[in-house]
Design a binder for this molecule. Structure first.
Ligand code: MG
Length: 387
């Protein structure tokens, strides 16, 4: 009898969480879910807990935690945890092997570090972890000898392409991007796009924030920054190309000019399964590409005028320090404002640019400082927005 790999899933009720559950359901002989966390979706969390017989549960929201305690939503004997302490405890659960962090926003940062500190494999989905604190997270992982496995499809693709290669042989990483909802919209129509139009992603089924970030390509900007830390690259070694079909999930170019790409249908279970079973492989949840059907793969460079967020992210990545965190914070504030109909779509990059310009860049010395600068950047972005 093989021992199953024990998985903790932070962000169990979100879109990545759902795909992760599909993988664990398909490979229940190899994977066991031992801990789950969500912000406050008690109903969904209790359904997951009973289906997978999960013993350790964390709710970030205090009201939801109190309701869980009093309502008997989980079976007797359930280890029920709350807040950031609860997420951190779950991430360092003694019996767990791999922690998949897919919580929203910066909340994943401390649990990710707790996971590394405890010597567990970190499967990272939340972009903020590396965008804000890539330097600290990767240094800690090296110190502890912990693997950081990328769940994001682009980084997972690159991880598979560079596996076993020497880093001095890698010339650059090429992230593919779908181009989002407005990749073919005439530029003169951007001023009038609506929230509903922006939320229609051509290829991927994702949460609203990522879908909007995909339309502006702020998402690809964040992914460039993640890639830089994950693969220890210089910012100049990261490129982006538009690939409308979302079949080639990213590529690595080597010094001899060879380029390797990773291909699969656009479904997150491929990357998630790769992380959870790594270094093993097994049959996928979804069928592989079918070359008995004709298909086309197109590539084209992203237009600067269409995607100003991409250029701003590149500048922030080159500047380093807190600039990448400021880019992320200002983008979140701006996207929120767009969702709440306070600003138009084309004002999103303007808010980010003005916020970046208004902050003196410095090099943070600790995670506490990173989080403090994140708070300040949000405040500053709100002030820029109010003007
Ligand atoms: Mg991605």
């Amino acid at each position: 009898m093989i021992t199953r790999k024990k998985v903790v899933l932070l962000g169990a009720t979100g879109s990545i969480g759902e795909s992760t559950l599909k993988v664990i359901r398909t490979h229940s002989d190899k994977l066991e879910l031992v801990g789950i966390a969500a912000n406050k979706n008690l109903k969904k969390l209790s359904e997951i807990a009973s289906e997978f017989d999960v013993a350790n549960i964390a709710l970030f929201d205090n009201d939801a935690f109190v309701e869980a305690k009093t309502s008997g939503a989980f079976r007797p004997g359930t280890h029920l945890l709350q807040g950031m302490d609860g997420l951190e405890e779950l991430a360092s659960l003694p019996e767990c092997d791999t922690v998949l962090v897919a919580v929203v926003g910066t909340l994943g940062l401390k649990p990710a570090l707790a996971c590394i500190e405890a010597g567990k494999t970190l499967a990272v989905a939340s972009k903020e972890i590396l965008v804000l604190a890539g330097k600290f997270v990767m240094a800690k992982a090296r110190e502890k000898g912990v693997s950081v496995l990328p769940v994001d499809s682009e980084h997972n693709a690159i991880f598979q392409c560079v596996h076993g290669e020497q880093s001095r042989h890698i010339e650059k990483l090429i992230l593919t991007a779908s181009g989002g909802s407005f990749r073919d919209l005439p530029l003169n129509q951007f001023a009038n796009v609506t929230l509903e139009e922006a939320l229609k992603h051509p290829n991927w089924d994702m949460g609203p924030k990522v879908t909007l970030d995909s339309a502006t390509m702020a998402n690809k900007g964040l992914e460039m920054i993640e890639a830089r830390w994950l693969f220890d690259m210089d910012p100049s070694q990261i490129d982006v190309v538009i690939h409308p079909q979302s079949i080639a999930h990213s590529m690595a170019q080597f010094v001899d000019g060879s380029i390797l790409a990773h291909l699969s249908p656009p479904d997150m279970t491929f990357a998630i399964q790769h992380c959870l079973l790594y270094p093993e492989r097994d049959a996928g949840v979804v069928d592989a590409l079918d070359f008995s059907q004709a298909m086309q793969l197109d590539f084209r460079p992203p237009e600067k005028e269409r995607y100003p967020c991409l250029g701003l992210a590149k500048q922030a990545m080159q500047a380093g320090g807190i600039a990448t965190g400021v880019f992320n914070a200002a983008n979140e504030v701006a996207v929120d404002a767009f969702v709440n109909h306070q600003i138009g779509f084309i004002e999103i990059p303007q808010i980010i640019e003005k916020t970046l310009e208004s902050i003196d860049n410095i090099e943070p010395n600790s995670i506490e400082e990173v989080l403090e600068y994140d708070r300040q950047a949000r405040l500053r972005a709100s002030q820029v927005l109010a003007k």
